[in-house]
Design a protein around this ligand. Structure first.
Ligand SMILES: Cc1cc2nc3c(=O)[nH]c(=O)nc-3n(C[C@H](O)[C@H](O)[C@H](O)COP(=O)(O)OP(=O)(O)OC[C@H]3O[C@@H](n4cnc5c(N)ncnc54)[C@H](O)[C@@H]3O)c2cc1C
Length: 414
């Protein structure tokens, strides 16, 4: 671990899941961290997130899992259904969670962000959060010994490394000349929290309806509420434009129209789905990417946030022994280690999400019938094994277990 006088000063751009996790991981390993976030405060929007077992394990290794494990609603069973409600497939995230000794839960996004922020701020001398700081420029300092970022309001910050955790349209990626282009996934999403429970669904059961160019998923919340996500193929592919208003009832499975109608307008969020394509280099000089900035993926497997957490953990682990006096070659080698650890696994998850996103949004009625038949005839054991493969990150987590100075890694609770 770097001695305090020789620690790195890391400028993390973005206080989302990945940026806050990186701040915690780096500060826990003795580095000084400044997080620059363009929003005026920690975001309260974003609905809920599925925090699957691999994400819980990553949070434990970061020492930030307690609030999520206590406040999360467990998902015991996940079902896929046809548009009319016939069950086509199911697997058990609950059983998987017991195997991995880590639950699979749903939490408000804000709860996860707050848990990560609070964990990062336990290193008070080492962590600073600056809101209202939109990064617009990056420049290497003249003698190459550091890097400076400038914000929209004219402030500048100099450090040893910039971490681009600034999401799918990453300014850091563009400013550093790293490859990667945002692309529309071709569909729109609506997210909401209904003050009602869905019909014909058991307790602790999440269900995903597949239709023609449309999907609808719901997850149980406390107090009889339900988190739901609806998607629909977009009529005219155009990056970034969001649809207005709630989903049209004609775009919903008949069984859940009342559920969506029971959603207060304040609890409704609509967005386009964009991914990042072609980002096959994650670092250059004193700049490195993580999370959606490097590999924004389709949300169908609910893994984007988990992969951002795993990136943050791997980056903090790779930088554990690196100090400011070590010079660019040592820093570059650590960044290369990080990218080599994470690029393959993240790409695999993103490719699976792209394949499933296409399958879930088939529009041709014959193709939809064939899809539904194949899903129905696929044995349960295959679904269970696929879910297990997606979540298995034990090697990375084992390597990352010693969280370092000043932390009590919750990984020990496993
Ligand atoms: C419909 C939907 C459902 C999803 N469901 C799940 C789920 O169930 N489970 C899961 O794990 N994942 C899910 N995801 C994916 C998950 O939301 C993302 O993968 C995750 O938020 C990525 O985190 P991040 O920190 O990389 O980026 P972000 O969360 O996008 O954070 C980026 C941050 O950077 C800030 N920023 C941007 N530009 C600048 C700048 N120039 N200067 C300073 N700050 C800047 C932004 O304000 C933001 O706070 C879902 C996504 C969608 C669209």
């Amino acid at each position: 671990m770097a001695a305090v006088r020789d620690r790195l000063h890391v400028l993390v751009v973005g206080a989302g899941v990945g940026g806050l996790a990186a701040a915690r991981g780096l500060a826990a390993r003795g580095h000084r961290v400044t997080v620059l976030e363009r929003a005026p405060a920690l975001t309260r929007v974003g609905g809920h997130l599925g925090v699957q077992s691999n994400a819980v394990l990553a949070l434990r290794a970061l020492g930030a899992s307690a609030a999520v494990e206590e406040g999360g609603v467990p998902v015991e069973r996940f079902e896929i259904a046809s548009w009319r409600g016939r069950r086509l497939a199911w697997w058990s995230p609950g059983a998987l969670g017991r195997e991995m000794s880590a639950p699979n839960v749903t939490v408000p996004r804000h709860l996860l962000l707050t848990a990560l922020r609070d964990a990062a701020l336990t290193h008070r001398d080492a962590t600073e959060l600056v809101f209202g700081a939109e990064v617009r420029e990056i420049a290497t300092v003249d003698d190459g010994t550091g890097v400076t970022v400038r914000t929209a309001d004219g402030r500048s910050f100099t450090g040893d490394l910039v971490v681009g955790a600034d999401g799918v349209r990453s300014a850091v990626r563009r400013l550093a000349g790293l490859p990667g282009t945002p692309r529309t996934a071709g569909y729109l999403t609506w997210r909401g929290v209904a003050a009602a429970r869905p019909p014909a669904t058991g307790p602790h059961t999440a269900r995903h309806y597949l239709g023609r160019g449309r999907t609808f998923g719901h997850w149980p919340l406390p107090d009889g509420r339900t988190y739901w996500v609806a998607t629909r193929l977009r009529p005219e592919p155009a990056l970034g434009a969001a649809p207005a208003g709630p989903p049209d009832p004609a775009d919903l499975p008949p069984r859940v129209r009342d559920l969506v109608a029971a959603t207060p307008a304040d609890d409704l969020l609509h967005t386009a789905v964009d991914t990042v394509e072609g980002c096959d280099t994650w670092h250059t000089g004193r700049v490195v990417l993580l999370g959606d900035a490097a590999h924004a993926m389709e949300p169908v497997t609910g893994q984007g946030g988990a992969q951002a957490l795993l990136d943050a953990l791997a980056l903090a682990t790779a930088l554990a022994g690196v100090g400011a006096a070590d010079g660019p070659a040592r820093l570059g080698a650590a960044l290369a280690d990080y990218a080599a650890t994470r690029r393959g696994p993240a790409r695999k998850v993103a490719e699976e999400a792209r394949g499933l996103g296409g399958l879930h949004h088939l529009d041709n009625p014959v193709a939809v019938r064939v899809r539904d038949t194949v899903l129905r005839c696929t044995p349960h054991s295959v679904w269970q094994r696929r879910a297990a493969l997606r979540l298995d990150e034990r090697e990375l987590l084992a390597a990352a277990a010693p969280a370092g100075r000043g932390t009590a890694p919750e990984a020990a609770r496993r």
